[in-house]
Design a protein around this ligand. Structure first.
Ligand code: BES
Ligand code: ZN
Length: 631
């Protein structure tokens, strides 16, 4: 039961009236009633307080003021709602928000509200008193300066060094730290927004966007298609826009736009390839926003405007599969969405599969094969870390009681993608593509879950064919840990050449004499990953002299090389590594490097010293993980 004494904390005067009137309501966390089917139970989102079956938001009008001095967003979230059962409350998720007032209807009649107990990482439910015919609920609120979704950068932390910068990261359950919202991927809303920012800056969102600054500093946005809350996104900075194709373009700081325009010149081609595979792009424009280096992810598929790390600016277009990935989410994830975080593989597994299909379409099978093998290596590492019998290595997850961010691993990405490749192999590419087109069309703008997908798979593809069902092996892939016994390890012809070169180096050929002509980032990464854990100073120096790893301009190469530098006490790389760690905030790179450092007492000291300096440059998504790791 909800504890009502703590409940008082968020109450205004109007709230206490509400308290008197709702003290007999029961709580959503009470045990499952007998009428609830197993499938309804698995569709329930354990990471949201909202009760969408009773009252659900359909549209949001967001009006916020961005205050860089106070590091605060202040404004109103006005929802059009549907009261499905005639209930007297609608529940939103909040975390760290100050709720000032809540109004009902166009007449702005003040109403009661209550904030429930704070739960770790989930925040507090905001229950708003409504009437059976209430259509509109307006929440006036303020964010906290340490809101986990937001990163407020000072000018020094940007490329231009002149202006501050702000960006949000809402996935998985951080939207509630900057908007009071029904923060579940099973709920979709359309939105309009008006955002006021300092006049020197431009605001952009996961919506229709302005292409240049205006004198007022007020920008308006519209997202016409219904999206889940984790795709709510905002960024504010000294941004310029550059067109790439008619439907595609790039936002970046002036200091970065040139490099970005070169790097992502092929994004239009990717859109064409993606549409050819799985049907029309449904979001009108596809633009990129290149963020400062503290962005905690490689990319984030915010609709119409993918957020991307500048660490993919390798100057040779070699890391652009990341763009294919985020673009693919426009189908798998943004169009057809995992209904809960337990179904995360439906977003990421499909997207990795699709990403590699796009890359194959543009660069050929040899190229996609390399990505597949690197993905397999990532999967093996994750299986090793988690233990191959760990329940967290099943595709269908059970994250109840945990921060979803912790349970979202490479399993969803790589095991998910290999599962789909396995189905493709069993039915043939043509039939599988037809099935996927059908899937995206059938579930467009809806949230789905593992059960619904598997039902669809039975009905539309397996159709009672027992032999086929056996080959597809749903149980082995989805509900069992590890990998099925008949899993075939992927191979790559281009990597076979890398392996040859590696063998020759191992047999004593100096690094400078290896044939490495035309190697891409992927080949280099494969080579570096193959290097033995223990190497002599001479071997490290030989490699570094020949290939200049320590000073590489490629973030993937650097991050992989630093691990060997740490393990072999190759101090020549120290300065570059420290520079990298203080500049880059991408968690995927930070975690293994800090982990390698922390493996020895000496290294741990170094890690803590660097972390103390670098931490202010990281987004909360990265510091939460690293604080825990280095504590
Ligand atoms: N949606 C994810 C990022 C994400 C996942 C954020 C879970 C928060 C919680 C995004 O599409 C992604 O997968 N990014 C990858 C890049 C990709 C090429 C594998 C990343 O950031 O590394
Ligand atoms: Zn993804």
């Amino acid at each position: 039961m909800r504890t009502y004494h703590r409940f008082l904390m968020g109450l205004g005067l109007a709230g206490s009236l509400y308290l008197a009137s709702c003290s007999s309501t029961t709580n959503e966390n009470e045990t499952m009633t007998t009428e609830q089917t197993a499938s309804e139970q698995s569709a329930k989102d354990v990471h949201s307080f909202a009760k969408p079956a009773e009252a659900v938001a359909k549209h949001l009008d967001l009006n916020i003021d961005v205050n860089f001095e106070q590091k605060v967003l202040h404004g109103t979230a006005s929802y059009l709602i549907e009261n499905k059962t005639g209930t007297d409350e609608i529940v939103f998720d909040t975390r760290g928000l100050e709720i000032e007032k809540v109004y009902l209807g166009d007449a702005q009649e003040e109403t009661g509200f209550a904030l429930g107990d704070e739960k770790e990482f989930l925040g507090r439910p905001l229950s708003v008193k409504i009437k059976p015919d209430t259509k509109k609920v307006t929440i006036q609120y303020k964010t906290s300066p340490d809101a986990a979704a937001l990163q407020w950068l000072n000018p020094q932390q940007t490329a231009g060094k002149k202006y501050p910068f702000l960006f949000t990261q809402s996935q998985a359950i951080l939207a509630r730290t900057w908007i009071p919202i029904q923060d579940s991927p099973g709920i979709r809303i359309t939105y309009n927004a008006e955002v006021k920012v300092p006049k020197e800056l431009l605001a952009v969102m996961s919506a229709s966007n302005p292409v240049e600054k205006n004198a007022s500093g007020v920008y308006t946005f519209e997202m016409k298609q219904p999206i889940p809350s984790y795709l709510m996104a905002l960024s504010v900075g000294d941004l310029v826009f550059r067109e790439v194709g008619t439907q595609t373009g790039i936002y970046a700081e002036p200091a970065t736009i040139e490099a970005a325009a070169y790097e992502f010149a092929e994004m239009d081609k990717m859109l064409v390839a993606a549409e050819k595979l799985y049907g029309k792009y449904r979001w009108d424009r596809y633009d990129l926003l290149v963020l400062p280096p503290s962005f905690p992810f490689g990319g984030m598929e915010n609709p119409r405007l993918t957020f991307v790390t500048p660490t993919v600016l390798a100057k040779d277009r070699s890391l652009t599969s990341l763009i294919a990935h985020e673009l693919a989410h426009s189908w798998s994830g943004n169009l057809v969405t995992n209904g809960t975080w337990n179904d995360f593989w439906l977003n990421e597994g499909f997207t990795v599969y699709f990403e590699r299909r796009i890359m194959e379409e543009i660069y050929g099978k040899d190229y996609a094969d390399m990505l597949n093998v690197l993905g397999y290596q990532d999967l093996m590492n994750t299986l090793n870390d988690l233990g191959k019998d760990s329940q967290d290595t099943r595709l269908k997850l059970d994250l109840e009681g945990r921060d979803p961010d912790e349970g979202l691993t490479d399993i969803a990405y790589e095991k998910g993608s290999f599962f789909l490749q396995n189905i493709e192999k069993a039915v043939g590419r043509e039939r599988f593509d037809e099935f996927l087109n059908n899937y995206f069309n059938t579930f467009a703008f809806q949230s789905t879950n593992t059960d619904k997908f598997l039902d669809f798979l039975q009905k539309e593809l397996i159709k009672g064919d027992e032999e086929l069902a056996k080959k597809i092996n749903v149980d082995g892939w989805v509900y069992s840990p590890g990998l099925p016994a008949d899993f075939k390890v992927p191979t790559s012809a281009r990597f076979a050449k890398v392996e040859e070169a590696f063998q020759s180096w191992k047999n004593g050929t100096p690094a400078a004499q290896l044939s490495t002509k035309d190697w891409s980032s992927h080949e280099w990464l494969h080579f570096i990953r193959m290097l033995p854990e223990q190497m002599s100073q001479e071997q490290m120096a030989d490699l570094d002299k020949a290939f200049n790893f320590t000073n590489s301009g490629n973030s993937e190469v650097l991050a992989a090389w630093f691990i060997h530098a740490i393990q072999n006490n190759y101090t020549t790389a120290d300065e570059a590594m420290e520079q990298f760690l203080t500049n880059v905030g991408r968690r995927k790179f930070l975690v293994p490097i800090y982990k390698a450092l922390a493996a020895t007492p000496e290294g741990k000291k170094k890690a803590l010293a660097i972390y103390a300096k670098a931490r202010p440059n990281y987004h909360a998504v990265s510091t939460v993980t690293l604080d825990e790791m280095l504590k």
